[in-house]
Design a protein around this ligand. Structure first.
Ligand code: ADP
Ligand code: MG
Length: 500
């Protein structure tokens, strides 16, 4: 067994060159030749065949197998083959690194093997897998340590990108004690595309334990595993990013939900506030509305009583009066019921409602007041009209506000006051349209009328909530509400999708 003459020539030349004689040498062992630099102290000239490994010893080049028995070569191939096969089915970073540690122990006769990978800071090495004393329980590392690039034998292997072989740790100032002092150490960088991405490290209690064969195998294992490790690290980084994004997304969703809840609450409060305002306005109207049935009842009762006292009441006459009283009582009760319903907050699920009924109910509450203001109301309700999904009371509130707004606009002007209410459907959905002759909306007000608290009315008259609340109600029904000026007044158009 001997190194090739060529290699020996180089070695000899270097050994005798004055510049390198004390720092460059060949080490030949177990059929392998190492070419390297001895960093710090003078080389003790030795016979090339028996050169001992010195510390620290940086190997620049690992020469090809220049000999070795066929048996040892076969053994080496067998180990690498086994290793390659055992890695084939592994995917996660954990699986890969733990498998390396286990293989090193099982096949290379090592007592201990620790796999280090580059930490997220790209400056430290983190223990990610271990076999031996560092790993008493399956896949768990006892006191995992971090090692800085450049520090210790492992850090030096990472920083220099070359393997570090320490045959006697007592003579090596860089040696870092992990769990206990051991006398030999072998650290091999795991490199991918020229970058160091980790280190394989093994320590042994005996001095001078690691052979060139070990170096060879450990280096080959590191290079075989490197592409898988690099890919798995990239995947792990990606997964971490995905997780971070997912957490961020969950947090965003929670914030959004919270905002949504707050918005809904605020909207509900506004709806209620504006409803109360509408109720206040309606109080006069309702008084008038109730006045009518009450006076009819009073008249019917009075007439009946007078006829009875004169004994001139025939049963037919009396029945007629009593029927009229019954009718008017129901009407009054209906108005009161409606008012009461209107005051309540809507909490139920949306339900199909007839948009024509909404307009008629609103007119029932406001009709008298409009008549008193001298407004002629014209309704054009389509005979066939699909229902829409919503809360009838809320929808009524929207229409009631359109009616009061129209009334307010028209009562300030002379001339004909006419309010047209139309309900019909087309391919776009169901439309509720109100047109008045109140002079329209000014240029500056038009873009702002849907803003909460925007009003052009005098203090105490307008709240500025009507249209903004109406806008919210219609939007929640997936509909739209628009305002525009037409001829002598304003037109408000509500479009709603068909209910189921
Ligand atoms: N039919 C209309 N004609 C003219 N202006 C209108 C009409 N409807 C609404 N407006 C304008 O929009 C503003 C906001 O209306 P609204 O939100 O209902 O609040 P408020 O009625 O309390 O003022 C009104 O103050 C008015 O200036
Ligand atoms: Mg209003």
């Amino acid at each position: 067994m001997s190194a090739s003459p060529h290699q020996w020539r180089i070695a000899l030349r270097l050994r005798y060159s004055s510049r390198f004689s004390s720092s460059v040498k060949w080490v030949y062992e177990n059929g392998l030749a190492f070419f390297g630099i001895r960093n710090s102290w003078p080389v003790i000239a030795r016979n090339g065949h028996t050169l001992k490994k010195e510390n620290p010893f940086t190997v620049l080049e690992l020469a090809e197998d220049v000999g070795g028995s066929l048996a040892s070569r076969n053994r080496r191939l067998e180990i690498l083959h086994k290793f390659a096969l055992s890695q084939a089915g592994l995917n996660t970073l954990d699986e890969i690194v733990w498998n390396i540690a286990k293989m090193a122990i099982a096949e290379l006769d090592f007592e201990d093997c620790v796999v280090y990978l580059l930490g997220e800071d790209e400056k430290t090495l983190v223990q990610v897998a271990a076999h031996g004393k560092k790993n008493p329980v399956a896949e768990e590392i006892l006191n995992p340590i971090r090692i800085e690039f450049g520090s210790g034998v492992v850090g030096t292997a990472a920083a220099t990108g070359t393997f570090q072989l320490v045959s006697d740790t007592r003579k090596n100032a860089q040696y870092i004690v992990d769990d206990e002092i051991r006398l030999s150490e072998l650290a091999v960088p795991i490199k991918y595309e020229g970058r160091v991405i980790g280190v394989l490290d093994s320590e042994h209690r005996e001095e001078n334990f690691y052979t060139a064969e070990h170096v060879h195998l450990f280096t080959t294992i590191a290079s075989l595993a490197s592409i898988r490790i690099d890919t798995a690290m990239a995947v792990a980084r990606l997964q971490a990013t995905v997780e971070r994004l997912q957490t961020a997304e969950t947090q965003m969703n929670e914030i959004r939900k919270e905002q949504d809840r707050e918005r809904k609450e605020a909207t509900a409060q506004m709806i209620q506030a504006s409803k109360l305002a509408t109720l206040g306005e309606m109080a006069t109207s309702v008084a008038h509305e109730l006045n009518q049935p009450l006076s009819i009842i009073r008249m019917a009762a009075g007439n009946a009583r007078r006829r009875m006292s004169k004994n001139s009441a025939d049963p037919e006459y009396l029945i007629d009066k009593l029927e009229s009283i019954e009718e008017q009582t129901s009407r009054a009760a209906a108005i009161i019921d409606h008012m009461r319903m209107f005051g309540r907050e809507a909490t139920e699920e949306p339900e199909p409602i007839d948009p024509r009924a909404v307009v008629m109910n609103a007119l029932e509450l406001m009709g008298e007041q409009l008549r008193l203001a001298g407004i002629r109301v014209e309704t054009q309700l389509a005979e066939d009209c699909p229902s829409v999904l919503g809360h009838s009371i809320q929808m009524e509130q929207v229409v009631l506000n359109l009616l009061t707004n129209a009334r307010d606009a028209m009562s300030e002007r002379d001339g004909e006051s006419k309010l047209t209410l139309r309900v019909f459907s087309d391919h776009k959905g169901v439309h509720i349209i109100s047109e008045d002759t109140g002079g329209g909306i000014s240029e500056e007000a038009l873009p702002r009328i849907f803003e909460p608290f925007y009003t052009t009315k005098e203090m105490g008259k307008g709240t500025g909530l009507g249209l903004s609340v109406g806008y919210g109600i219609v939007r929640d029904m997936d509909g739209t509400i628009r305002a525009e000026n037409i001829g002598d007044g304003a037109r408000f158009s509500i479009t709603l999708p068909f209910g189921r």
